[in-house]
Design a binder for this molecule. Structure first.
Ligand SMILES: [Zn+2]
Length: 182
């Protein structure tokens, strides 16, 4: 495919994707959340499991700006959304909403068959999780996926859905400023 064809396909796909993401978001969350914590609680109800949202400084670990992981423990499986806190509240909200966007789009993180990659294992230990409990992860990646590939579509859907969520949350004046890091 030559340049203009690729561009046109990309533009059409984006409009279609945006429309389907908007429909899905409305179906999953008819009442949009006004804060990240509202979003977390609503998605706990949707998914029927605990969702931990945590923002920490990963120090020198080389990690994407956000991760969605599934953690297996004696209490069952719960979701973990981790966001690098070394940026602005605006950027943290956008990254967290991207990860929740994956859940809303019905994506599943990739199973981790063995020990998780070293930076994720180190992060898990920092979060006082046994790295062996990390069952699946998806990282927010800047790496280029071939347009139209399943990976590209997954990231694009999460990004578009996350953007709609973040626009809503960031447009709503905070009721109370939370000092909680998570
Ligand atoms: Zn992603």
């Amino acid at each position: 495919m030559t340049g203009p064809d690729v561009l046109r396909l990309g533009a059409e796909s984006d409009a279609d994707l945006l429309a389907s993401c908007r429909r899905r978001l409305r179906a999953v969350l008819p009442d949009l959340p006004s804060s990240l914590d509202d979003l977390r609680r609503l998605m706990e109800t949707v998914r029927g499991r605990r969702i931990e949202l945590t923002m920490t400084d990963p120090g020198r670990l080389r990690l994407p700006s956000g991760l969605w992981g599934q953690v297996r423990s004696a209490a069952g499986v719960h979701d973990l959304v981790w966001v690098d806190r070394r940026t602005s509240p605006f950027a943290r909200t956008v990254v967290a909403c991207h990860e929740f966007g994956h859940m809303i789009c019905g994506h599943e993180p990739d199973p981790v068959p063995g020990p998780p990659p070293r930076p994720v294992a180190a992060l898990a230990a920092d979060l006082e999780l046994d790295p062996a409990q990390v069952a699946a992860i998806v990282g927010r990646c800047g790496e280029s996926c071939a347009p139209g590939s399943p990976e590209w579509r997954r990231e694009r859907e999460a990004e578009l859905t996350g953007r709609m969520l973040a626009q809503h949350i960031l447009g709503v004046p905070p009721r109370t400023r939370s000092s909680r890091r998570g």
